[in-house]
Design a protein around this ligand. Structure first.
Ligand SMILES: Nc1ncnc2c1ncn2[C@@H]1O[C@H](COP(=O)(O)OP(=O)(O)OP(=O)(O)O)[C@@H](O)[C@H]1O
Ligand SMILES: [Mg+2]
Length: 505
């Protein structure tokens, strides 16, 4: 767990029943506030400017400020890098917080170097934002702070600036060094960010933020095991071989000059287990950095593919890619997001141990794009509706925790009657059967063939078409309108997914 050094002392909290001492303190605080508000900009030297100028000296003040902008999700990695960099032998770092009054967007180090065009900034204890740096841990990250550095290169300052409600940006700036040396400092921070990257080897969900960026959230690995995935053996075997087999033989393949980067497409009707299978794979790939993208976060595939390259071996899951197949709204240059996505997949070096897993229930929409940009997906696996044997296994699977008192004939009847349904339909069927039993018995003693048959009657009832659609039965995705099924069907699919609960355990 890292932390940040504080350079200024803390002030105590105020109390409601104020005695004379508190009143004096309050008056002093008020006076300071009024002085701050009235301080002439460019008149007496601002204390932050004074700190910067006195640190740099006349020679340092002549030098260019070198700035680096980073994606917002790098904030916690930047802090990890700064914490390590600060501790390096022969380096002294004093961290001073900078306060900007509300409604002032941001600050440039150049303003502090020159003292010009300056908002009313003050020194303070550094304020921090506590960000997750692992599934159950956090790191205090500087929001706006000056680092006054003394090391072998000399005396210089860094300004670290994280996002605030006005400015969604993350920057590090260096002042007081010749440009090449400032670049070297930033390069060293880049190296440390990569080396200490908190996302390496983790399962991370990528979600869009209202500002147009992405947020990365740590997830616990799913507990889905092979026995939970009911697919024909050759199908599951093929998926495993492509996803996991290459990883197992990584060194031998690389030695034989064979590429490691690979793309796997899982396609098939809704509710057949594509996401479920992906969860299983992710659980198995524990050494891998695993990035999950879906919906609007697919627009960030470029930066996520880059991150995956840095953090390989890595898996990038692109869920429901059909939803963005023809969406030009958030791809650069108005090209369909799907093309950007495929281009991002191609950007990685072939010897990178990278797996892209795409899922869709509209293979027909993807095909032309995949054909136009060959080489991205090397294996496409159809995940189809369960056949009779699979339906039987699914009933066993979902019924394993249920006190089932059914005969072989009851089960055979249920399997026959459920021809053409999805796995999620069968799961719902068992839930309904349990409800039927509960309604009849008051508490759950046994779920019989009668309960199962009644639940099936209900779900197959012609008036239950919408319910069946939600469970992925009776919908042929190819009959949906061509192009992106937005806004109406797209919204409907999204809500179906949310209903199923996504990845969260
Ligand atoms: N083949 C399967 N084996 C076991 N369980 C399954 C299978 N398919 C689906 N399920 C169950 O149904 C749920 C929904 O399936 P899942 O979300 O994987 O469907 P999907 O193919 O991804 O559908 P969509 O195309 O709508 O995204 C799963 O969480 C799982 O409980
Ligand atoms: Mg899915």
């Amino acid at each position: 767990m890292g932390g940040v050094a504080t350079g200024a002392s803390e002030t105590g909290p105020g109390t409601s029943a104020a005695g004379p001492a508190e009143q004096r303190e309050f008056a002093a605080g008020l006076r300071a506030l009024l002085e701050w508000l009235q301080a002439p900009v460019g008149g007496t030297r601002n204390e932050v400017v004074a700190l910067v100028q006195d640190t740099l000296g006349p020679a340092g003040l002549e030098r260019s400020v070198v700035a680096r902008q980073l994606p917002l999700f790098e904030q916690v990695n930047l802090q990890a890098a700064l914490d390590a960099w600060t501790r390096a032998d022969g380096r002294g770092v004093e961290v001073r917080g900078v306060v900007l009054p509300p409604h002032f967007g941001g600050l440039d180090l150049q303003q502090l170097v020159t003292g010009e065009a300056l908002p009313p900034v003050r020194l303070s204890a550094p304020s921090v934002v506590d960000l997750p740096d692992g599934p159950g841990s956090t790191r205090a990250c500087l929001k706006l702070a000056l680092l006054v550095v003394t090391d072998a290169t000399g005396r210089y300052v860094l300004l670290v600036q994280g996002p605030n409600e006005h400015e969604p940006r993350l920057t590090v700036e260096v002042a007081g060094l010749p440009v090449a040396q400032a670049q070297a400092v930033l390069a060293e921070l880049d190296r440390l960010r990569r080396e200490l990257n908190v996302y390496r080897g983790r399962l991370v969900e990528v979600t869009p933020t209202p500002m147009g960026g992405v947020e990365l959230t740590f997830l616990e690995p799913p507990g889905t095991v092979r026995e939970d995935v009911v697919l024909p053996e050759p199908v599951l075997d093929r998926i495993e071989r492509h996803a996991l087999g290459v990883a197992e033989h990584r060194d031998a393949l690389a030695a034989a000059g064979q590429h490691l980067k690979r793309g796997l497409l899982l396609y098939g009707p809704p509710g057949t287990g594509k996401t479920h299978t992906v969860r299983y794979l992710l659980g198995r790939m524990s050494g891998y950095t695993r990035l999950l993208l879906t919906g609007r976060s697919l627009g960030a595939v470029g930066s996520m593919a880059e991150l995956a390259r840095d953090l390989q071996p890595a898996v990038v899951v692109l869920e429901d890619v059909d939803l963005v197949a023809a969406d030009r709204s958030f791809g650069p240059g108005g090209s369909p997001v799907l093309f950007d996505l495929l281009d991002a997949m191609d950007g990685a070096a072939p010897d990178a141990d990278l797996l892209f897993v795409l899922t869709t229930n509209r293979a027909d929409l993807l095909e032309p794009a995949l054909a136009a940009r060959p080489g991205r997906v090397d294996v496409a696996v159809e995940v189809d509706l369960p056949d009779a044997a699979a339906r039987r296994r699914l009933l066993d699977l979902y019924g394993s925790g249920v006190p089932l008192r059914v005969t072989e004939a009851d089960l055979t009847a249920a399997v026959e009657r459920s021809d053409g349904v999805t796995a999620s339909f069968l799961r719902e069927l068992l839930r309904r059967a349990v409800l039927e039993a509960l309604q009849e018995q008051g508490r759950l003693t046994a779920v019989t063939g009668r309960h199962l048959a009644r639940a099936l009657d209900d779900l197959l009832d012609s008036t239950q078409q919408v319910t069946r659609t939600l469970l992925g039965v009776g919908v042929d995705p190819a009959t949906l309108p061509a192009g992106v099924p937005e806004p109406v069907p797209g919204v409907a699919w999204t809500s179906v997914r949310r209903f199923r609960g996504g990845y969260r355990p």
